[in-house]
Ligand binder design. Structure first.
Ligand SMILES: C[S@@+](CC[C@H](N)C(=O)[O-])C[C@H]1O[C@@H](n2cnc3c(N)ncnc32)[C@H](O)[C@@H]1O
Length: 245
């Protein structure tokens, strides 16, 4: 079995009790990672009598996790309103819903490679699903976005893909705009966790925290703070930045 198939099986093993499975890769592009099936997830949420967002929180985190994470991101970014927001890899849109409720943006741009989620995402208020090449935010003009964020996405993308997106987040953020994304940093790792991930064939891709913070700083984007957020197994660190302006 290939490493990719082994990793997918490890994740499916985690998800199986909830009757959800990662769908097979939709793309030969190694930067485009699989995600849970829209059809099965929406059906499972309906059966549980929950919104899709609440269902994901209850199944993969703890109830209220998404709302708390969004509140912390907005607090660290000093954001109470925003005209234009952009999100990479929203999946079910559970973070999008909370950000839209809090900031009431005129436009909420979405870059999502799992096209089966597009109809669900298009139903969010003011959402505009963009063509997504899995690497860039090319359709979005430079310096046009008040908040650009990605949640639980960069944790499993290759380093070069993460850095490509980071560069484009820096480009699209307006002066004074907020950039937020979570990554697995050394703050998130323990020896036991790493041992368990390796044994299971981990999909996660840790990145060096201090270098990343300094990299954004060298591009005029300054670190405002961070918080730790639960993953299916382990945790991830949400980093929040503000572009000088
Ligand atoms: C682990 S899920 C997280 C979904 C959502 N942000 C959440 O936290 O519930 C990762 C998301 O990123 C999407 N994705 C995978 N590869 C991507 C890429 N190269 N560019 C943009 N999105 C990608 C997946 O389809 C999925 O929606």
């Amino acid at each position: 079995m290939s490493v990719k198939a082994t990793a997918r099986d490890a994740v499916n093993h985690i998800l199986r009790p909830f009757d959800i499975q990662m769908v097979r890769g939709r793309s030969a592009d190694q930067s485009v990672k699989s995600y849970i099936s829209a059809r099965r997830t929406i059906a499972a949420a309906r059966t549980a009598g929950l919104s899709v967002g609440d269902y994901i929180d209850q199944t993969f985190a703890t109830p209220g996790t998404t709302a708390r994470t969004v509140a912390e991101m907005l607090r660290l970014g000093g954001l109470t309103s925003a005209r234009r927001v952009c999100e990479i890899g929203p999946g079910t849109g559970r973070y999008s819903e909370k950000v839209i409720e809090a900031l009431h943006p005129e436009t909420y741009l979405i870059y999502e490679t799992a096209t089966d989620w597009w109809p669900h995402l298009r139903a969010l208020p003011h959402a505009v699903v963009q063509p997504c090449d899995g690497h860039t935010l090319t359709p979005t003009p430079t310096a046009s976005i008040d908040l650009v964020h990605a949640q639980k996405v960069f944790v499993y993308l290759p380093f070069e893909t993460v850095m490509g997106y980071v560069d484009d987040m820096i480009r699209v953020a307006r002066p004074g705009g907020v950039i937020a994304f979570d990554v697995i940093t050394e703050e998130c790792l323990t020896d036991d966790l790493v041992t368990a991930w390796i044994a299971a064939g981990t999909i996660y891709r840790p990145v060096p925290r201090e270098w990343l913070i300094e990299y954004l700083g060298r591009h005029g984007v300054h670190f405002r703070g961070s918080c730790l957020v639960r993953l299916v197994e382990g945790r991830t660190e949400l980093l929040v930045f503000r572009k000088s302006g």
